[in-house]
Design a protein around this ligand. Structure first.
Ligand code: PHE
Length: 449
């Protein structure tokens, strides 16, 4: 029944894939505006501290479990349990994680479809296809469904090809492109009038805003979402990592790269918003707050590009190519979580599992398209604000309380022989066992009061 397991060809392959998963709409879309409307540099600082204090240890938990078990999240957590009860709990937690991955993908693919629409619009305009151009960025059900289907099919096609030929090849192609487009756009936007004002709003810290308790929760949610935690994605990527690679270092590199790209994206988005303002485009919503989320990406930026003549069409294409790439390298990692469970636990082949599960998730997207007003926000909050941190707690508990210390040491020592003398080994095991779950719980409880 079992086909041979995939493996990343080396460190670079893993880094591209894991960073590709981490860097997504969360970095380029939600992080910069959250930072700008919550104290600028102060939010950035809070975010970075939380990322290293909570998200990095949780990421390490996933990578360790994954590489130790060399299996998907369900099989891995099942295998850690020492009694029938803990094994059953392990399987339940694993299935819940991949369910959350599927739910995240169901809304993510819709938003990614909108990106494809914005990408196609300048092309359609150049070709004089005005009807098509209006359809691509209108809010019709047909547009939402068809573009989402297109994006979902691309995701399925990559996952059907497997770890090396699908995930690794595409991440390695797309991630450098993403960085280049990002940097190119920053160079262009920074030379426009108004850009420095945006830069100041982004970078000058306003520490007073950090006292807002809701802020901590959103920074934590953002950190967990951005590092793709709690849904089995990083766990399965860890399971494809070679035994010779140094886990703490790989995890730190992914955390740093993810944070850096979020930071760099802010250098594009905030200046671009203020350039738009200098062109007379409103960047503050009705409530006087900086436009964030959909309003920003789908109103402000396209309006800005349209004031820039033919350069604007190129810029729009570059920007939405950037967003589509970021979304695709993340969505493949989301689909890999349930697909790996199906491939390793049933007799389904990978292409079939990808098609079947991708199809079911697309059906979920369709429900969200039809009931957008009622369901969209709720699904986002349920998955990213609550489920991801809760799953983070569960995985820390598995590593801290159920996995044996020698199992842990043995796994970490492979690829890092002197682990016992390292600072990581002195701090992390206790940290992930006690402090990390408590801190996450505290932040979650704060939101329930
Ligand atoms: N990290 C991705 C982003 O920032 C989202 C993601 C969440 C990817 C969960 C995989 C799993 O957009």
């Amino acid at each position: 029944m079992q086909q041979p397991r995939g493996e990343f060809s080396g460190k670079v392959g893993f880094l591209m894939a894991a960073t590709g998963s981490a860097v997504g709409l969360g970095n380029i879309w939600s992080f910069p505006t959250q930072a700008a409307s919550n104290g600028g540099g102060a939010f950035l600082l809070a975010y970075l501290i939380l990322a290293f204090l909570l998200a990095y240890p949780a990421l390490m938990a996933e990578l360790v479990i994954g590489r130790h078990a060399r299996a998907n999240i369900v099989t891995a957590l099942d295998g850690l349990g020492k009694s029938p009860l803990t094994r059953r709990i392990g399987r339940a937690v694993g299935y819940y994680g991949v369910l959350v991955a599927a739910l995240i993908l169901s809304f993510y693919a819709i938003v990614a479809g909108w990106m494809l629409g914005e990408l196609g619009k300048p092309l359609a305009q150049q070709l004089g296809l005005d009807g098509l151009s209006a359809w691509l960025t209108g809010s019709s059900i047909s547009r939402n469904l068809i573009l989402c289907a297109l994006f979902s099919l691309s995701t399925i096609a990559i996952i059907a090809r497997g770890v090396e030929k699908g995930i690794e090849v595409w991440s390695t192609r797309l991630m450098p492109m993403l960085l280049l487009i990002l940097l190119g756009l920053i160079v262009y936007v920074m030379r426009q009038p108004g850009a420095t004002e945006g830069l100041a709003v982004y970078l000058i810290p306003d520490f007073r805003q950090l006292t807002d308790p809701g802020l901590l929760l959103s920074a934590m949610g953002q950190a967990f979402f951005s590092l793709s935690l709690g849904v089995g994605t990083m766990l399965i990527y860890g399971s494809y990592l070679r035994k010779a690679d140094n886990l703490p270092r790989m995890g730190a590199a992914v955390t740093l790269l993810d944070g850096s790209i979020a930071f760099i994206a802010g250098l594009l988005i905030l200046p671009a918003m203020y350039v738009a303002q200098a062109q007379g485009i409103a960047i503050y919503g009705d409530n006087g707050e900086l436009l964030a989320g959909p309003g920003l990406i789908f109103q402000v930026l396209p309006a800005l590009f349209s004031t820039m003549g033919s350069a604007g069409a190129w810029l729009a294409m570059a920007f939405f190519t950037l967003m589509s790439i970021a979304a695709l390298t993340s969505s493949i990692s989301m689909l890999e979580a349930p697909v790996s469970v199906a491939v390793e636990r049933t007799t389904l082949t990978r292409p079939r599992a990808a098609l079947l599960l991708g199809g079911i998730i697309f059906a979920g997207s369709s429900v969200l398209v039809f009931y957008q007003a009622q369901l969209f926000e709720a699904v986002i909050a349920l998955t990213t604000v609550y489920s991801q941190p809760l799953m983070g707690i569960a995985l820390c508990v598995f590593v801290g309380w159920i996995m044996h210390r020698d199992q842990l040491l043995q796994e970490l020592a492979s690829g890092h022989e002197d682990i016992e003398g390292s600072l990581f080994w002195k701090i992390w095991p206790f940290y992930v066992r006690v402090i990390c779950p408590l801190l996450i719980l505290l932040a979650l409880m704060q939101s329930l009061r």
